[in-house]
Design a protein around this ligand. Structure first.
Ligand code: IFM
Length: 485
């Protein structure tokens, strides 16, 4: 552990590979006064004392609502050509359904126009966890109408933006908002429902995904490229011995526990039109019955499989007669971990995309990958985030291995562009390539921002070069001056 990767001696991603960075609305926008938008479950969750680290909330966050033009200039200086953002449902419809909030859609209009003026292609996610509070009070994801409510919202967004936006994602990380939010109570809405109800909520969220795809295809003014962005829950092999690779594949697609941290309970219905047999057996009578037509709704044709991969679990083939064909391989003592305690596991980005491509035959886009730290700007005004660079370099080299293995990977979005509100961790964890001082809202691109610029410009070729410690080596000094006020 981990696999001594067969690193290619030279790396070169395809010319049409989509390089980018990602954010989400509540995590960066601010602009939260009642005249600007309605409330989501995250607004109310953050008001619960102790729910979020030091009672932080996203009321102001990075003030991107007011500073988006400056942020787009930074994206441009970083050489970013693709930007994944999300739309906040209660900003578009304060009550979640019915009347459209003109000010809300106008904000996304301005943002999209600004991106396009700077030569940056928007990739838009419709749901990154801000479920409208008004609809939560009507049953939330437990209410079957959720799918239709989401469809109406999606239609309003697509009607307005699809003359300029062609890349769409429906829902982000259903495993997280359903398991952490509805079973563990650690994310909004902060409830601990029994398995039967979390499975019902999951089923309705999947129906909403399907309804969202339909809405995008029906309302799009230009040909739409549609995907989603679930968590990639990856097991990877200790080495590339075929028996260990088979074991890792089996572990990646298994459901072994009565909770939602898995791939197939979500991806099989979306991509194959059925719930997986092992999940049906394990969850048993807890699985809510549903009309057959629900699967047709969920199983809409997608153009890509977006996936968010940060870490993974190392496995090897188990001895014959074991309960499962794989067994865990413990990380060596002191193995790299980030400040969220997530294990460094670059080979998750080699084998995760490969296994998903093999099973679902949809082009893969890494819609999120990155790491956190507790960065601060040094006395010389620099932010030398060498661990983020090394993490990203290792993962991108592993992704290059995936491509060499024959995996159809079409893009990579680093999480995140800006430091931002990291949900229950508040502002403690910093995932950005650009540091944000939340007291002054000053942005300081970290060394990783300039390093990544060179990676994107060289289509990955620079990944095999040693890392330089001077931002000027990656971007002309004037460009730093332009974005650092
Ligand atoms: O910040 C989150 C993001 O909202 C969803 N994916 C994981 C990121 C890091 O935890």
């Amino acid at each position: 552990m981990p696999t001594p990767s067969t690193r290619p001696r030279s790396v070169q991603f395809a010319p049409d590979f989509a390089w980018g960075v990602a954010t989400s609305s509540y995590q960066i926008e601010g602009g939260s006064s009642p005249d600007l938008r309605g409330e989501s479950v995250w607004d109310s969750f953050c008001r619960k004392p102790g729910a979020v680290f030091e009672n932080h909330h996203g009321g102001v966050a990075c003030d991107h609502y007011n500073r988006y033009a400056e942020d787009v200039r930074i994206l441009k200086a970083m050489g970013v050509k693709n930007y994944r953002l999300s739309i906040m449902w209660p900003r578009v419809m304060k009550e979640g359904t019915g009347q459209v909030n003109a000010a809300g859609l106008a904000f996304y209009d301005r943002l999209i126009d600004c991106l396009l003026e700077h030569g940056i292609t928007p990739w838009v996610t419709l749901f990154h966890w801000e479920y409208p509070l008004a609809l939560y009070n009507r049953g939330g994801w437990l209410n079957r109408d959720s799918a239709e409510w989401f469809g109406q919202y999606a239609t309003a967004v697509v009607e307005r933006l699809s003359d300029r936006v062609t890349n769409w994602m429906t829902i982000n990380e259903p495993q997280v908002f359903l398991q952490l939010g509805h079973a563990d109570g650690k994310h909004a809405p902060g409830v601990q429902l029994p398995l039967r109800e979390t499975l019902l909520a999951s089923h309705n969220a999947l129906r909403a995904h399907g309804r969202g795809v339909q809405a995008i295809r029906a309302a799009a003014k230009r040909p739409a490229t549609v995907g989603w962005a679930p968590v990639g829950h990856v097991s990877y092999p200790i080495d590339n011995d075929p028996a260990n690779v088979d074991a890792a594949r089996a572990a990646t697609f298994a459901i072994t526990q009565k909770q939602l941290w898995n791939n197939t309970w979500f991806a099989d219905p979306v991509c194959l039109g059925c719930y997986p047999e092992d999940g049906l057996r394990l969850y048993g009578s807890e699985v809510p019955s549903h009309p057959v037509a629900d699967m047709d709704l969920i199983n809409q044709k997608l153009d890509f499989y977006g996936v968010n991969i940060y870490s993974g679990a190392c496995v090897q083939a188990a001895p014959a007669g074991s309960a499962t064909p794989w067994q865990s391989v413990a990380a060596p003592q002191g193995h790299g971990r980030n400040t969220m305690d997530w294990l460094l596991a670059p080979d998750a980005l080699r084998y995760g995309p490969r296994f998903l491509w093999e099973r679902y035959r949809l082009p893969i886009i890494i819609t999120e990958n990155g790491t956190c730290s507790t960065d601060w700007v040094d006395l010389d005004g620099r932010m030398l985030d060498l661990q983020r660079i090394d993490y990203t370099r290792r993962y991108l080299l592993a992704l290059a291995d995936a491509v060499d293995d024959g995996t159809n990977v079409k893009g990579y979005f680093h999480w995140s562009f800006l430091d931002n509100f990291e949900w229950a961790e508040g502002y403690k964890q910093r995932f950005g390539m650009v540091h944000v001082n939340y007291a002054t809202q000053r942005r300081t691109p970290k060394l990783s921002a300039w390093w990544y610029r060179r990676v994107m410009q060289s289509r990955g070729a620079s990944l095999t070069e040693p890392v330089l410690l001077d931002a000027n080596a990656y971007a002309p000094q004037q460009e730093h001056a332009d974005v650092v006020r």
